[in-house]
Every structure is written in structure tokens, then in C-alpha cells.
Write a new protein. Sequence first.
Length: 262
Amino acid sequence: MSELEFRRVSVTYGHGRTAHVAVESADLVVRPGTTHGLVGESGSGKSTMARIAVGLTPVSGGSILLDGVDITNRAREARLARRRVQMVFQDPFSALDPRMPIGASIAEGLLATGRYYNRIDRESRVHALLDRVHIDPARAGESPSAFSGGQRQRITIARALAAEPAVLIADEITSALDVSVQGVVLNLLRELQQELDLTMLFISHNLAVVRYVSDEVSVMRAGRIVEHGETSAVLAHPADPYTRELLRSVPVMGEPLELEDA
């Protein structure tokens, strides 16, 4: 199990008068083997946190540590460590190459591990990953267009797992899905996190969903972390006015959230 730590990280886009601060001096620790929820409204900076963790956006200041290794620089050790952080993106329709069979997409992740160069071993592992996310392995040769939105999102999870991550980042992965399909994906994430001892950063604007999957939660507003703690404690007794505003936007928070497979 691994620990992911954001230490005083900042991200600024542009320069001078046109500069925009997306993240400002944010501290966040995702503890080993836990799921940490990061919530906030659109534009709060939460997706930027995901992108800097996997190297898609550079940091302007601060550092990101994976088991004590700073993964924000270009040193070989940092690049190798960063591969152990994988991300599942919000839109399953654009996350997969429409021209590539789903099995080939997953196989790319396997090759990134430096293993599975044997074609037979690679195909066997692809089939095992599809089966683990409840997709028929016999469909590995089909294109993404043959699958529903929920199925595609499960395929993108399989592709992320192919790289054998220690940390999985899920960025708004249920926001484009129907409620019943959301339950399938969320239950799958919980299963995988427990079975694989994954450390997970789960990003969402939906506090009800975060409540269901997260051990701890951080609340982000205008690029800053304004509150954090155990999920049950923060949602039962929010200290920051902004957290209370987010809670009021959820129709029912008094009863435990139940999500069933569909």
C-alpha cells in the first residue's frame, strides 16, 4: 500500500494580469489503502489536483510525494514512481480510442509495466482484467462504440489497472452516468480498492457519492482546501460554511446512502 501526499502545491495558468491561480498552497494526504474523497463545485481546482498527480499539468510550486519520492520532477526515479499513479477520466466516451479494440487499449497499459511482452500472456491478462470489471472477455476485439457508457467506464478502469498502480485517481467518473449505472461502477471501485489494497483519490462534486466510497474527505473551494477529516465526521458536523452549502445541495443526507447493482 502506498501514500500519496500533496505538499503546499500550487498551479497557476498564464502570466501577469492574465494569470489564474487554479490551486493555491494545497495540502492533502491520501493514506495507504484508503479512499480519500475530494469535493467541490466546478472550477474549485479538484480536477487540477488529479492532473498534476499524473503529470498532465505541471505544478507551479510545492511537491507531490509518492511514498516519500517527489514525483513532480523529471528525474528517472520520479518518472518510474509516477507510473504507479493511474487515473480514470470523467468521460468514458473520449477516454478510449474509437479506432482501437478495447483489448488493445488495455494491452497498452500492460506494456507500460515492462512485462507481458509475450502475446499469449498479454491476451490472457487482458481477458482477466475484463472479467474482473464484469465485461465478457470474448468482446476484447470489439470497438468502444459497441459498449454502453457504464461498460466503457469499467473498461477504462481495467485499462488503468493494467498498469498495476499503487494509487488510483478517479476524476468525476460517475457524473456522466445514469444513477443505476453509477451504483455498478461505485460498487466495483469499492471491491477493487479492498481486494487490491489500492490507495484511491476519488474526486466528485456529489457529496452523497463521496459519502458512499470515502474514508476521509477534503473540501476544496477556489483552489484551496477549506476542510478535511473523516468523511462521517465532516458530513455530520461540517465546520466550514462552504461545506454546509454543499450539504444543503444534496436532497437527503440524513439516511445512509444505499447503491445497488443494476
